[in-house]
Design a protein around this ligand. Sequence first.
Ligand code: GH3
Ligand code: MG
Ligand code: MG
Length: 362
Amino acid sequence: MIKRSSPASQSVHIEGAIRSLQSNDGFRPPLVELRRMAQTAHREQRMSSIQFSEDTAIPVARPSILVVDDEPLYQELIADILGADYEILMASGGMQALEIARNKMPDLILLDLIMPGIDGYEVYRRMKAVQRTCDIPVIFITGLGDVAAEAKGLKLGAVDYITKPINPELVRARVNTQIRIKLTRDKLSQLAATDGLTGLANRSYFDKMLAYEYARHTRSGTDLSLIMLDIDQFKAFNDTYGHVCGDDCLRRIASAISGIIVRATDLVARYGGEEFVFLLPETRLSGAVMLAEKVCKCISDLALEHRRSSAGHVTASLGVASGRFLPGSLISGLVENADLQLYVAKAGGRNRVAFSAIEGLG
Ligand code: GH3
Ligand code: MG
Ligand code: MG
């Protein structure tokens, strides 16, 4: 029987934590960033690319800091103070700073307010206006005693400020604090998008990405494909081998099917229970069916014993739906069609792929 399960309760708790963070200080994990993190996850079996040491939240990998100052002396001074602990990127003007921020996505920006050309306030305003850079924390660098500038910066949303002439101890302390907060947030965002059992992206993350791709594909008019996968006779597997073995089986299948994904834009997620889903942007039906066949064979080839299944080992059934969204069509159409095809695959004897192309999904 095919059934829908709610996302793991663990991710619900973590999302609660994220929501409370959001309400406290306006933090929002950007969708693009969540996507990047989830893509990293199915390759590395976990969401985090940042590794934390055992006792504290100090990361093993070096976080990056962009130092924006038109005076080379200050750039070098700050690089000397922070270079041992962080990767330092430098920009000597506003436009260069915006470009580096966009391309490199540093963990923190130290931004001089007074610069020729566009000043620090304007750089800050433009960064906040773009989704990709709007969540990067910024510390303003101001002149000594310039209280009005400090107040204006903090009101705008800067996380802190540093005054010139620079005091190395203060700079280190303030930067360390902000980096710690930023990395903790990253970690929470990663956890909120992860399925606790398999390490794949979770249902909540999949729903966000589906909405994102739906909007993108409605605009572009290109094909979007979806594969719905359900493990065959899994209740009997649990009944025969126990839930611990069942969980292990789910982990092994998750690991195997995530290794099949090649395109960086493709996403595999745990949809719920013993169901997985593949979201394949800009992919036609033929490509999606090919991938589904590969996934079906890959699971069968794992040859995980299942005495009470028709095949004698663990298998899965897959439903593929593919099509173009017309303006006004419903986002749920694609999932419903993939679900329908999954039912066809089950009814056809399991351990197989069924598919359909839909014109003008709705
Ligand atoms: P079908 O071939 O028609 O899909 O049959 P099925 O037995 O797989 O389908 P059914 O929906 O009846 O059972 C799904 C089973 O998946 C029941 C449930 O115990 C098991 N399951 C769901 N989530 C988990 C999980 O996280 N761990 C384990 N071990 N089992 C799970
Ligand atoms: Mg099921
Ligand atoms: Mg099943």
